[in-house]
Ligand binder design. Structure first.
Ligand code: GLC
Length: 439
């Protein structure tokens, strides 16, 4: 079996090199009365009274979220869920949440949160601690991948429940390419060679716009060359020959003739559209695009798309760890009903629908043995994929993550556009992130 058969040995090394920053999770300082800010009238378990809750979530091009809501409402006829669509760009969704929650708005009850936010939102008191619900309802947190639970934990409290997990993967057109590339250099060679076949316009597409997705793509290059930005002891290690080498390789890809001229505007949506319309031989994206590529109504490449691990640098292949969590607004007027929805969404029923119809990787380990999930996705049926998830490189769990990301976004973009050299980008990230961390 070819999928994921390469590069995995070196992923062990990458685990050690992981882009980690350990939050001060033992301290209880700053803990709050758990009911503060919530409406005590609703503190009892959901009654028969009809309640409408608002679930905010960024655009779901697969439509799976509608099916989850439908299934939930069928099971809980007294709770209506109104879906509020947020922007596809994670950073824009973040900013809208911050505006709403810092004003203590109760408009949104449940919201999906990128794995990089629970620490910030927990510290800012935007969210409700979920521990009391988890204990009361005996939710088995060991049933989830430990890394996904850890992303929702900060200051000793669980702020978020893992909904689905993400790891960067390489999509390729199986009607054009027989054996996918093993290394970035092979990808560069093959993308140039096959560009134009079967009507493709591009050899390769990825996320290179100045936003959060750029960080995920960059981390993959950096880790694949043995670099890291911050280690587990909070040391900033951005200015290294490995990081410079990685930025150079990324720049080579972005400046090549086989990517779209506007690759610096590409996010997930642009990648998905171009790929499923049959315009690119290779694409880097998250697992959800498998559902889009198989969607009879939208895809022009049905049956002609496969997935493998991302290309290796000198130290192996590496994927960024992404994913989304479910959180409850601290000021929700319906915390019980909100929790009921979170429990369903992140429990086996909700995650199964999300995996089968949305192509999203479950955070519940057992779902990888579920026959229907395996049937729906060759990726999830492949045991090697679980290893990719377990070895994927995380972004730091810290309330100042956004600040770190903003620094990286600016410095990396300036390197990709040629406004500064990769060496300068690495130096600037070093100085500025150090300042942010030590502030
Ligand atoms: C995906 C990942 C998320 C990441 C984002 C970047 O949605 O799940 O963690 O931040 O992409 O665009």
């Amino acid at each position: 079996m070819k999928f994921f058969s390469k590069g995995l040995g070196s992923l062990g090394i990458l685990l050690v090199l992981a882009f980690l920053l350990v939050a001060c999770s033992n301290s209880e300082t700053g803990s709050k009365d758990e009911t503060e800010g919530t409406n005590d009238k609703k503190a009892d378990k959901s009654s028969d009274e009809e309640v409408t809750i608002v679930y905010a979530r960024n655009v779901d091009s697969t439509g799976a979220i509608d099916l989850v809501i439908e299934a939930f409402e069928k099971k809980f006829p007294n709770i209506n869920v109104k879906y509020r669509e947020m922007p596809a760009d994670s950073g824009q969704t973040h900013d809208q949440y911050v505006t709403a929650f810092s004003a203590q708005s109760s408009e949104i009850d449940v919201f999906n949160a990128d794995v990089i936010w629970p620490a910030e939102f927990g510290q800012a008191d935007y969210a409700l601690e979920l521990d009391r619900f988890i204990e009361r309802d005996n939710i088995d947190m060991d049933a989830y991948f430990p890394g996904t639970v850890a992303s929702g934990k900060y200051n000793g409290k669980q702020w978020a429940m893992p909904n689905y997990t993400d790891a960067g993967v390489l999509y390729y057109r199986s009607d054009i390419v027989e054996e996918p590339p093993e290394t970035w250099d092979e990808l560069i060679e093959m993308a140039a060679k096959y560009q134009g076949e079967k009507g493709t316009e591009f050899g390769y597409i990825m996320q290179a716009a100045q936003y959060e997705g750029l960080i995920c793509n960059a981390i993959e290059y950096i880790a694949s060359y043995g670099g890291q930005i911050i280690d587990e002891n909070n040391n900033v290690l951005a200015d290294s020959p490995e990081t410079v080498k990685a930025i150079k390789k990324m720049k080579e890809v972005v400046n090549s003739d086989f990517v779209p001229d506007n690759i610096l505007n590409f996010k997930e949506v642009e990648t998905e559209t171009a790929y499923i319309e049959g315009n690119s031989v290779f694409a880097r994206n998250w697992p959800y695009m498998q559902a889009s590529a198989a969607d009879e109504e939208r895809s022009k490449i049905i049956g002609n798309s496969k997935i493998t691990t991302l290309p290796s640098g000198s130290e192996g292949s590496s994927s960024s760890l992404g994913g989304w969590m479910a959180m409850i607004n601290r000021y929700s007027e319906h915390p019980e009903e909100a929790w009921e929805f979170v429990k369903f969404l992140t429990g086996p029923e909700g995650q199964k629908i999300t995996a089968i119809h949305g192509g999203r990787a479950p955070t519940l380990k057992a779902l990888y043995d579920d026959p229907e999930v395996k049937e729906a996705s060759a990726l999830f049926a492949n045991p090697e994929f679980k290893k990719v998830l377990e070895n994927a490189v995380s972004r730091p769990v810290t309330p100042i993550y956004q600040e770190i990301s903003d620094i990286m976004q600016i410095e990396l973009s300036r390197a990709l556009t040629g406004e500064q050299t990769p060496e300068e980008a690495a130096k600037n990230m070093q100085t500025k992130i150090e300042e942010a961390v030590n502030d």
